[in-house]
Design a protein around this ligand. Structure first.
Ligand code: AN7
Length: 352
């Protein structure tokens, strides 16, 4: 058996973490890079497509990579409590890692706009969950103000150690492919992850001449401040994870897109849900709506001729597991057939 290596130790030479950093881990990272040839075929063109399946992290999202770093740093400097605002996944991740570290977690979430699996997670891990009658952006502003007044460690992606931890996914992709892909597609909300990937790829390239991907960042049309060029006061989208109108790292996201020769685009809720269904149906990979946004953006770019995938190696980051948000699948009511417990009745249904 291979001994366990903490993600942070594995890439320590590429991560800017202070010496006091402790070690709080749930064995995050090391997620699979899954080829999805069936999906690539339906998108058209002759190219290679992989999913970096971040939904397989311990709490079901990519946030765990950043959280192992941020909570470890906070614990190492003696912090007792952590706080964050969240559309759900950060809350669940912060709650889990705080529990592991013996710390208290306070999480602020926009009321009524958090998927069931995320809220349940945060509660199960013992966080103090506070619903704010407002947007994520408003909750984040409150959290920032609180950390200026009280000794609370802020673990949103404004925290630089979150970014350090999340860079490791870019390193893993390069390690598996032997080089950077030609394109990287991912959803963009508060823009921490796109910032982390771009920093990671650049750094890896400086060390290993791995090349650099073009970055396609994808927002939901109702929450697309980086596409519109101004904050969105009342963001809306079915992809509640990325229901964010004023991304904290928006400038860095735009810079990543520009420097890489990529772009940031928007897709509709219909495109997001159609892609979620398509990916699950043709590859057996069920991701939450926000996580389908990157792929929906890729599909849109190919369809409209703005991206020629021929011969390209493309990686789509699927940031969260489908089980985070079961209601999206069941909310329209389930049209399931019901039969008496008789073989004849089953026979009739199966042969029709
Ligand atoms: C599944 O949990 O912002 O652009 O508070 O949960 O780094 O914000 C979640 C974001 C993409 C966007 N996919 O990442 C939160 C939160 C999923 C997410 C994003 C999020 P960023």
């Amino acid at each position: 058996m291979t001994p366990f290596t903490w993600l942070i130790d594995q890439y320590r030479h590429l991560l800017d973490l202070p010496p006091h950093t402790a070690r709080v881990t749930l064995h995050e990272g090391h997620t699979p890079l899954i080829p999805v040839p069936n999906l690539a075929k339906t998108l058209g063109g002759d190219f290679q497509l992989w999913i970096k399946y971040e939904g397989l992290n311990p709490t079901g999202s990519f946030k765990d990579r950043g959280m192992t770093a941020a909570i470890s740093e906070a614990l190492g400097r003696g912090a007792r409590s952590v706080i964050c605002a969240s559309t759900g996944n950060t809350a669940a991740s912060a709650a889990a890692y705080a529990a592991r570290a013996g710390m208290q977690a306070i999480v602020l979430v926009p009321q009524g706009k958090v998927a069931a699996g995320k809220l349940a997670g945060a509660i199960a891990y013992g966080a103090q969950v506070v619903q704010v009658d407002g947007s994520f952006d408003e909750a984040l502003a409150m959290v920032v103000a609180m950390t200026e007044k009280h000794p609370l460690a802020l673990v949103n992606s404004i925290n630089p150690y979150r970014i350090e931890g999340q860079k490791t996914s870019a390193f893993e992709i390069c390690d598996v492919l032997g080089a950077a892909p030609d394109w990287l597609c991912l959803p963009v909300g508060n823009a921490g992850n796109i910032t982390a990937y771009w920093a990671g790829f650049k750094q890896y390239h400086a060390h290993h001449s791995s090349g650099l991907p073009q970055v396609l960042g994808v927002q939901a049309a109702g929450s697309a401040p980086l596409v519109l060029g101004h904050p969105v006061l009342h963001p809306e989208t079915v992809a509640t994870a990325i229901r964010i109108g004023q991304p904290a790292r928006g400038e860095q996201a735009l810079q990543a897109a520009q420097e890489s020769g990529g772009r940031i685009i928007a897709v509709s809720d219909e495109q997001i849900l159609a892609m979620q269904k398509q990916l699950a149906g043709c590859e057996g990979i069920w991701v939450e709506p926000a996580s389908a946004a990157g792929l929906a953006g890729l599909a849109q770019q190919i369809e409209t001729g703005q991206l020629d995938p021929s011969g390209q190696r493309i990686v789509a980051v699927c940031t969260g597991h489908g089980m985070k948000d079961p209601d999206i699948i069941t909310q329209g009511g389930l049209s399931l057939k019901s039969i008496p417990a008789e073989l004849g009745a089953l026979d009739e249904i199966i042969i029709r």
